[in-house]
Design a protein around this ligand. Structure first.
Ligand SMILES: C[S@@+](CC[C@H](N)C(=O)[O-])C[C@H]1O[C@@H](n2cnc3c(N)ncnc32)[C@H](O)[C@@H]1O
Length: 382
């Protein structure tokens, strides 16, 4: 028996502000009917769609199967409705059941109590179905989340394992590394393509440059890692293998170069190692340079940076120097486009320029603006 249905409700979780990017990525995978909410995208699909999304989504955090959604204002309601669900449709008799939880604006606010109650209800349902007094819990891991929001309980079976931003290449991060998913989003929003020079002159551990290289190579971000759903006993191993092989065959030639530089040579050691781990050391050139020293003879290039925000003690002077150098660069390389992620709401005043567009994004919990200064496009000058 297969626990994977052809037509399940799959839920993708992502950072606030990235929903439309995730939806676009899903559409590119041929998944049309996507429904977007705050931090969530739902679509219907089977194991193939799930595997494709896990392998290919660059901007999402995790994917789960939504098992049920119901009103629960008391523990009895939560228990009874959880217990009534046909859990045997998803979980084998030897499943290791791990319950996680969260609660927001709900009468059932104790996450611990919700978790332990869901576990009890789940065990009771499984014992009833499989006619076992005790469940061995010796098989594959099934992580179920109970999420309470406005007194509605949602039960989701996680298919991901470690969050999707963990591509498997980052052995070492800098002081304030960007999540890989956010770095990929910044590159996708810049509409960069490998025919244009790309540079991150404040690259830290190199996340933006590495994610851009993976995009330029059309390399599936999940190729180097595994996912919980493929460890389940009923997973179609051949399907996963063939989707990985197809992904590899879709890789494009890497005849482009991305410039990654930073004034801190120590952090660049980490960037180098990360680029090697990601297999993009040919595409990412790493150099110790301050922004003031960075210049390129190329035209119509793209700069994407995540500078320090100037919030930590002693950082303000570094940031002021950086803005001064950035302004000079923007004056000089005026055919380039500039994309800057910062929590500094005064950026436009400080560099005396109005952004073509701004977009609210979150760097972890920090609300930021993604300032976009569009230069001319290469073909508009031909
Ligand atoms: C927030 S961190 C970037 C983190 C990076 N995106 C990552 O994922 O690891 C900011 C970086 O800007 C660098 N930086 C600050 N001022 C600079 C300047 N004037 N020139 C070059 N790099 C600078 C710092 O050394 C630091 O590595």
């Amino acid at each position: 028996m297969s626990f994977f249905k052809k037509d399940q409700m799959l839920v993708v979780a992502c950072a606030f502000g990235l929903e439309s990017l995730v939806s676009d990525e899903l559409r590119k995978l041929g998944i049309e009917d996507v429904h977007t909410e705050n931090g969530k995208i739902r679509f219907r699909g089977g194991e193939k769609e799930l595997a494709l999304a896990l392998l290919w989504l660059r901007t999402a955090d995790r994917i789960g199967i939504e098992i049920a959604n119901f009103k629960a204002e008391s523990f009895d309601e939560l228990f009874d409705q959880t217990c009534a669900l046909p859990w045997e449709n998803w979980l084998p008799v030897d499943a290791v059941m791990h319950i996680t939880g969260r609660s927001h604006k709900s009468k059932l606010f104790s996450v611990r109590d919700c978790q332990s109650l869901v576990k009890k209800a789940l065990v009771k349902a499984m014992q009833r179905k499989y006619k076992h007094q005790t469940l061995p819990e010796t098989g594959a891991l099934y992580k179920i989340e109970i999420s309470m929001l406005n007194d509605v309980a949602t039960l989701t079976l996680d298919c991901t394992g470690a969050s999707l931003h963990k591509r498997g290449y980052r052995s070492d991060a800098g002081d304030a590394p960007l999540k890989e998913t956010l770095a990929a989003a910044m590159v996708l929003l810049s509409r960069w393509d490998p025919s244009r020079t790309l540079s991150d002159p404040c690259c830290g551990s190199g996340t933006i440059a590495i994610e851009a290289a993976l995009i330029g190579l059309n390399r599936a971000p999940g190729l180097k890692r595994s996912f919980t759903a493929e460890t389940w006993p009923d997973a179609d191993k051949k399907l996963w293998q063939s989707l990985r092989a197809e992904a590899q065959a879709q890789e494009l030639p890497g005849d482009f170069r991305i410039l990654a530089s930073d004034m801190d040579s120590k952090v660049l050691k980490k960037a180098r190692q990360n680029a090697i781990n990601a297999g993009v050391e040919e595409q990412v050139g790493i150099q110790t340079l301050s922004l003031g020293e960075f210049r390129s003879r190329k035209k119509f290039g793209v700069v994407i940076i995540n500078p320090p925000y100037g919030e930590r003690i002693g950082e303000r002077t570094i940031v002021e120097m950086l803005y001064h150098d950035l302004k000079a660069l923007m004056d000089e390389a005026d055919t380039w486009s500039y994309f800057i992620l910062t929590a500094d709401h005064e950026l436009e005043t400080r560099i005396n320029r109005k952004a073509s567009k701004r977009r609210k994004l979150f760097n972890g919990k920090i609300p930021c603006q993604y300032y976009q200064f569009w230069g001319p496009l290469p073909w508009s000058k031909e």
